[in-house]
Design a protein around this ligand. Structure first.
Ligand code: HEM
Length: 253
C-alpha cells in the first residue's frame, strides 16, 4: 500500500481516499487489501493525539511494522508527511504492472528517482503476501502454451491452486515462505518459481540478475531493503500548507 501510495502523487495517503474516480477504485489498486488496518490505527491515534499523525505516515510505519512482524529487521521511519487532498483514478496507471518488462519497470522506478538496485530489492517485498490468480494465470493458460520461463515441475502446483476461471483465489508470492521476511523470494526466482512475470524477469534479465545473486550470496537484504524503503518513502512528500492531517484516512477533511 505504501508503494502504491508513493508512486502516485508522492507518499501523501492519496491511495486511501474512497470514491468512484479515485486511485483506490482504479484497476491497479483494485486488489489492495488492509484499508481497515490503516483506519483502525488512525482511529486510535485520533483518540489520543488528534490532528498529529498523517495517513501517509501511518502507511510508512505500517509497512515497516509488517516487515518486523514477519521477522525482518526494523528501521527508523522518517515522519512528517502531510496528506494530499487530491486522488485521481487514471493516475494509478503509472504504477508498475505484473506483465511489465525489466525495461518498463526500470523506467517507472527511475521516473521516481529509484535505481535498478532499488527495483530489485523493493520487489523483494514479495517475500510476503499473496497474488490473486488473475494477476498471473495467463502464464498458465495462454493459447500459446505455458510460459516457458516457469520451471515445468512447478506448473502443476500452480494449476492446482489456480484452476481456470478462478480469478480471485490467491497464491503466495514466495512459495513456502509467505509469512517470513527473508531471501527465499530470490531463491525462488533462481529456481524459476517466480509467480508474477514481473518477478521472474528480474532473474532472466541480465541487468537485474546480479542484484538477485547479491542478495542470495550476502546478508545485505534486510539493511538495503530498509534504505530503499526510506528512499521510496521520501517520494513527493508534502509539507506545511501543501497538505493536511486527515481526520479519516478515506476522505479529505
Ligand atoms: C516492481 C514492481 C511491482 C509490481 C509489478 C508488483 C505487482 C504486484 C502484484 C500484481 C501483486 C498481486 C496483487 C494481487 O493480485 O492481489 C503484488 C502483491 C504485493 N506486492 Fe507488489 N509489485 C511491485 C513492487 C512491490 C513493492 C515495491 C512492494 C513493497 C515494497 C510490493 C509489495 C507487495 C506485497 C506485500 C504484496 C502482497 C499483497 C497481499 O498479500 O495482498 N510490491 N504486487
Amino acid at each position: 500500500m505504501h508503494f502504491h501510495d508513493c508512486f502516485v502523487r508522492g507518499c501523501d495517503g492519496s491511495v486511501l481516499i474512497a470514491g468512484s474516480d479515485t486511485e483506490r477504485s482504479a484497476g491497479p489498486n483494485r486488489n489492495l487489501r488492509g484499508y481497515e488496518v490503516i483506519d483502525a490505527a488512525k482511529a486510535k491515534l485520533e483518540a489520543v493525539c488528534p490532528g498529529v499523525v498523517s495517513c501517509a505516515d501511518i502507511l510508512a510505519l505500517a509497512a515497516r511494522d509488517s516487515v518486523v512482524l514477519s521477522g525482518g529487521l526494523s528501521w527508523q521511519v522518517p515522519t512528517g508527511r502531510r496528506d494530499g487532498r487530491v486522488s485521481i483514478g487514471t493516475e494509478a496507471f503509472t504504477l508498475p504492472g505484473p506483465n511489465d518488462t525489466v525495461a518498463v519497470q526500470n523506467k517507472k522506478f527511475s521516473d521516481k528517482g529509484l535505481n535498478t538496485q532499488d527495483l530489485v530489492i523493493l520487489a523483494g517485498g514479495h517475500t510476503i503476501g499473496t497474488a490473486a490468480c488473475q494477476s498471473f494465470s495467463d502464464r498458465l493458460y495462454s493459447p500459446n502454451g505455458t510460459d516457458p520461463s516457469i520451471d515445468p515441475s512447478f506448473v502443476p502446483f500452480l494449476r492446482q491452486i489456480c484452476p481456470q476461471n478462478q480469478p480471485t483465489k490467491r497464491v503466495a508470492l514466495d512459495t513456502g515462505s509467505q509469512f517470513r521476511f527473508d531471501t527465499s523470494y530470490f531463491a525462488n526466482l533462481k529456481r524459476r518459481h517466480g509467480i508474477l512475470r514481473s518477478d521472474q524477469v528480474l532473474w532472466t534479465d541480465a541487468s537485474t540478475r546480479p542484484f538477485v545473486i547479491k542478495y542470495l550470496a550476502t546478508g545485505l537484504f534486510n539493511q538495503e531493503f530498509a534504505k530503499s524503503m526510506i528512499k521510496m518513502g521520501n517520494i513527493g512528500v508534502k509539507t506545511d500548507a501543501d497538505g493536511e492531517i486527515r481526520t479519516k484516512c478515506s476522505a479529505v477533511n
